[in-house]
Design a protein around this ligand. Sequence first.
Ligand SMILES: Cc1ncc(COP(=O)(O)O)c(C=O)c1O
Length: 460
Amino acid sequence: MNAPMTPNDLSHVIEADRAHVWHHLMQHKFLESIDPKVIVEGKGMRVWDATGKEHLDAVSGGVWTVNVGYGRESIANAVRDQLIKMNYFAGSAGSIPGSIFAEKLIDKMPGMSRVYYSNSGSEANEKVFKMVRQISQQRHGGKKNKILFRERDYHGTTITALASCGQPERAALYGPLTEGFVAVPHCLEYRSQYPDAESYGVAAANAIEDVILREGADTIGLLCLEPVTAGGGVITPPEGYWDRVQEICKKYEILLHIDEVVCGLGRTGAWFGYQNYGVKPDFVTMAKGLASGYAAISCTVTTEEVFALFKDEATNPLNYFRDISTFGGCTAGPAAAIENMDIIIREDLLDNTVAMGDRLVGNLNALAEKHKVIGDVRGKGLFCGAELVADRGTKDPADEKKVMAVVADCMAQGVIIGATNRSLPGFNNTLCFSPALIAKPDDIDQITDAVDGALGRVFG
Ligand SMILES: Cc1ncc(COP(=O)(O)O)c(C=O)c1O
């Protein structure tokens, strides 16, 4: 899909960027000597930078977001039409796209019934944390206010979201963080903490129960988990894990919150990651792929049972969710999300994700036969990781500089891949792949061919 590039002189843009833009998640010193990367155009799976160079994007906009690919005129038109008709009104009122999208979304989420709009994944997660704290105050006399999160999971960038962060390098230097958040062990079988367990998945879930018993079940209101851990190393859940997690939540009356900010809207080949594992959540949050980055939108979705806790005492002035997200009232988000969902349905992208995900994992496993540095390949749908190790026997992680050199080598070949980054000290060693759900066999092969060449050059 080769889009024509206009060879405009963008030197002024580069200099304006260098002089004034503070980029996300980036050390800036080296931008004094090399040009910042500016992406100017995208079509399908490909983007072009300011030098005119074409890249195959294997990470959907860097952070697993552009699920339906670049240059979608139908989404742009839906947003444009909506903005001209009605761009904004505060979320205390309804809107046409807000209502229609909520109905379509709930149709894909049996058991759920209410949608709360905001703007980012962090914010959507904070809404859950606030709801749980309010339930604690109003229903449990202040008990059940603690929130469990899992090592290696990430739930956002705000101070409270960082309190729920299982990636120490993300939270480092930003304390003191919000109180009342407690970590449970990770569930990465490749780095098993329970070598003698009959079932690693059950043992990893039982470790959550241990934390609950240690803290006291009456202190804990919520368990917050990613269905497949993303930035913490693309961790697919081990066999038996989710069934046991669900049992534990039920037994101790702990609400279950699934953070679908990455997995939501098709990334794993199901509408939502949790639907692969038969989980029945009380809260589901989503953002990135919800509108594929064509508009900023996030949703906090919950059940009618939870919603009822916020409406039944109509005469109590504090018995409703006293929260507002100003831009949660922007209509561009749900207008884009409606068309985004329609594209996934029209183009059969869930099935494509399963098929292309199988191909990607197959190709990565084939690379593992050839390159000893690949210690483990994990994935669900178009959401895959390859963990690089210095030694397969000891599983010592590969040198992070070399991991980043693989990413840089792929970039030089015109293929953008990712790697876990400033997440876990010493364990930022997983290459990440999350191409758009429209990927074709040739795209997948181009990605893994680039990795093959890069691994050979960097590791020999
Ligand atoms: C699983 C998960 N949850 C939440 C977030 C935060 O989303 P946002 O950056 O939109 O606030 C992210 C971002 O990467 C994420 O990966």
